[in-house]
Design a protein around this ligand. Structure first.
Ligand code: PLP
Length: 296
């Protein structure tokens, strides 16, 4: 199915259904020339957006960190509802909805804003079902809050920026060496996946590395912790070291669209499937879809 694209007026006003066969972004857009902008990737399930409030909050926070004009959320929601309805008229399959908000054209200074809805990639579906072999790797730099952030106050840590070239390079490297994904580490300390949050499960305890510094606060992890806590799981953000991954009953990479991919191997060490694999998967899915009804 061809992608659905809606252009959003950054300061309010009309929302335009855009023909995906026609160009959309100009040659001098900051997203193209500098990777300067922010985005959100949201899951569309049964034609409805999952975990919307958390995505809206992070989108607003990301734009603020980059000194972009405050996104006109009503416009974004209107476009999302229209695009989701169009998707739902074709299929109820899961889809990936991406909000893109850039600093815009150098010649106009007006931000560019659009959203897309596309089917999930076969890779994402395969990894949901079969898990991922991961390679650990340093990120190549490290941000230690609050010291580093005080020394370089312009850092945009915590923002979901369009600057993913290094993450994509790490993934290409991993794939070329027989892995599906990457977990960034700082020495022994576990950070995050290249496009996901790391979760461990041991007994009734669920853990994730504390967000902040160079660990993006994940919306999927936040939804999981809220929902699982209600279901009597003990959830905590804390510093994790590599040994914690090997000691866990199971390790997961969670993110909005792939939802949850179980880590089946870390470097050369296999991680056997836990007895409660299906239960954990259902818990994460339920956390994401439990708050669908009030939203578009
Ligand atoms: N960390 C990074 C670097 C990511 O790119 C993502 C997802 O895009 C996540 C974590 C998980 O975030 P979310 O659960 O909001 O999709």
């Amino acid at each position: 199915m061809s992608p659905i694209i809606f252009a959003v007026e950054p300061f309010g006003g009309s929302v335009r259904d855009h023909n995906p066969n026609l160009p959309l972004v100009f040659w001098d857009d900051a997203a193209v020339t500098r990777g300067d902008g922010v985005f959100e990737t949201l899951l569309l399930r049964d034609g409805r957006i999952c975990n919307l409030d958390r995505h809206v909050s992070r989108f607003l926070a990301s734009a603020k960190l980059l000194d972009l004009p405050e996104p006109n959320i009503d416009g974004w929601l209107k476009a999302t509802i229209m695009a989701a309805e169009k998707w739902r008229s074709h299929t109820t399959d899961d889809a990936s909805c991406v909000w893109m908000y850039t600093r815009g054209r150098e010649t106009t200074g007006i931000p560019s804003a659009w959203l897309t809805i596309r089917p999930l990639s076969p890779t994402a579906l395969h990894q949901r079902a079969h898990g991922v072999a991961v390679m650990t790797s340093p990120r190549g730099y490290h941000i230690d809050p609050p010291e580093t952030t005080e020394a370089v106050p312009w850092l945009v840590v915590g923002a979901k920026t369009l600057n993913y070239a290094a993450n994509m390079a790490a993934l290409r490297w991993a794939r070329a060496h027989g892995f599906d994904d990457v977990i960034y580490t700082n020495g022994d300390i576990v950070l995050e996946g290249a496009t996901s949050t790391v979760i461990t499960v041991r007994g009734k305890k669920i853990r994730t590395p504390t967000a902040g510094g160079d660990i993006l606060p994940g919306t999927t992890q936040a939804a999981l912790f809220e929902y699982a806590t209600e279901q009597k799981w003990r959830c905590k953000e804390k510093q994790l070291v590599l040994d914690d991954l090997f000691r866990a009953d199971s390790v997961w990479l969670v993110s909005s669209v792939r939802i949850a991919a179980r880590v089946t191997r870390i470097n050369d060490q296999e991680l056997p499937a836990p007895a409660n694999e299906a239960e954990i998967r259902e818990l994460i899915e339920a956390a994401l879809t439990s708050n669908l009804t009030n939203h578009p």
